[in-house]
Write a protein that binds this ligand. Structure first.
Ligand SMILES: Cc1ncc(COP(=O)(O)O)c(C=O)c1O
Length: 393
């Protein structure tokens, strides 16, 4: 075998996901892409803010040779400083450039964090449903992803977390607003989680970190704000990016921020900087660092995502679907009327509707609808959603 056993195993295990995408591609080839309602991908559907294009052009015009060279592996100090100033305003504690490291997206940040924290066999505990890639990111660095259920409305179940944290837990990983559920964890639940992790750290005699994956922080509806984990737990690290809030996932730009109050902040920052280098990222893309430094506090038109959420939620309620309305991100995670979510998703494919089975997110009995699509895709898909639900009523 040419391909490593582990990679081969992952490819085999996730073959149903691949088959689903292949079926989607086949349907688009047969019926034309415009006639297939594709809700399967979390690719932003709104253009980046006009300011992004302007800053990008200006930055390119101003570039000299030195602007394309290697740099400090944590990123340009002036870029980290402008992000730190914005984070201080957004999240409360006084954050400086010494607590920021620029990364290749939130995915790069999570890999940098796990490489820095995990010894072989260490566990990363995450509430489910969760982003599919977490398992791989932990495994990439010798860690093991452990999961714990959330409550039926996808809020944190602190009692379940209490039972799930073990002597091997090195980090608890949360994602709020959540992919795939759109749930945002309240300040009260984060405070409770912080107290729990602190108590467990004492019990097991080592620091358990709280890692917050927050690429959807700015995509929030109904006036809700995402509370800062830095205010709920001292030993905490944020991983985030500009992929979703300014619609530039292909540019691979984000950052990690370590709580200024963290006990071993300098060691963490040094370890993460080294990890950024030896993972082969070396540093985050130079041009994009300079651009996002000027994009602090700016996002795409969130009202447009809210409109899409409401269109979809109203239409699906009307068609008989049950779900918790998402408060953020651009995903809806309805229940399937039958236990077999893969079979239900295949039924939807018959109506040319492409969604992802909840099993893929460790949330069986559900399916994920990414509503980052044109409004008319939602409107035109609703009769198909209704028809499939009627089969089971
Ligand atoms: C929850 C979550 N975390 C991380 C990522 C990766 O984001 P990035 O493009 O910033 O690496 C995604 C992308 O879809 C995501 O949904």
């Amino acid at each position: 075998m040419t391909v490593a056993r582990k990679i081969n195993e992952i490819m085999t295990r996730s073959s149903w996901i691949r088959k689903m995408f292949e079926e989607g591609a086949r349907l688009k080839a047969v019926h034309g892409a415009a006639n297939v309602f594709d809700f399967s991908l979390g690719n932003p559907s709104l253009p980046p803010p006009e300011k992004f294009n302007r800053i990008l052009r200006d930055t390119v015009d101003a570039c000299g040779l030195e602007d394309h060279c290697y740099m400090p592996q944590a990123g340009y100090p002036q870029v980290c400083a402008s992000i730190a100033a914005y984070l201080t305003e957004e999240q409360g504690p006084d954050i400086t450039c010494d607590e920021i490291i620029m990364t290749c997206g939130a995915a790069g940040a999570l890999n940098v964090i796990f490489k820095t924290l995990l010894d072989p066999g260490d566990e990363v505990l995450t509430p489910v449903p969760c982003f599919v890639e977490y398992r791989f990111y932990a495994d990439n660095h010798g860690g093991v992803l452990k999961t714990v259920n959330t409550r039926p409305d996808f809020t944190l179940d602190i009692d379940a977390l209490k039972d799930a944290i073990t002597a091997k837990t090195k980090a608890v990983l949360i994602n709020s607003p959540n992919n795939p559920t759109g749930q945002i964890y309240s300040k009260t639940s984060l405070d409770e989680l912080g107290r729990l992790i602190e108590q467990k750290s004492r019990e097991f005699g080592h620091i358990i970190y709280l890692v917050a994956d927050e690429p959807y922080r700015k995509i929030v509806f109904d006036g809700i704000r995402v509370p800062s984990i830095f205010r709920s737990y001292r030993e905490s690290i944020i991983a985030t990016s500009y992929s979703k809030d300014i619609s530039i996932p292909g540019e691979r730009i984000g950052f990690a921020a370590v709580n200024p109050a963290a006990s071993f902040k300098n060691e963490l920052m040094a370890g993460m900087t080294l990890s950024n280098r030896i993972l082969g990222f070396v540093n985050a893309p130079a041009l994009m660092q300079r651009v996002v430094a000027c994009m602090q506090g700016i996002s795409v038109d969130i009202d447009a995502y809210k409109r899409k959420r409401d269109l979809l939620c109203d239409g699906l309620v009307d068609a008989g679907y049950a779900f918790t309305k998402p408060s953020g991100a651009f995903y809806l995670f309805p229940q399937t009327p039958i236990a077999d979510d893969v079979a239900f998703v295949k039924d939807l494919q018959q109506e040319l509707i492409l969604v992802v089975p909840g099993s893929g997110f460790s949330g069986p009995g559900h399916f994920r609808v990414a509503f980052c699509v044109e409004d008319e895709t939602i409107v035109n898909a609703l009769p198909g959603f209704r028809k499939v639900m009627q089969k089971y009523k």
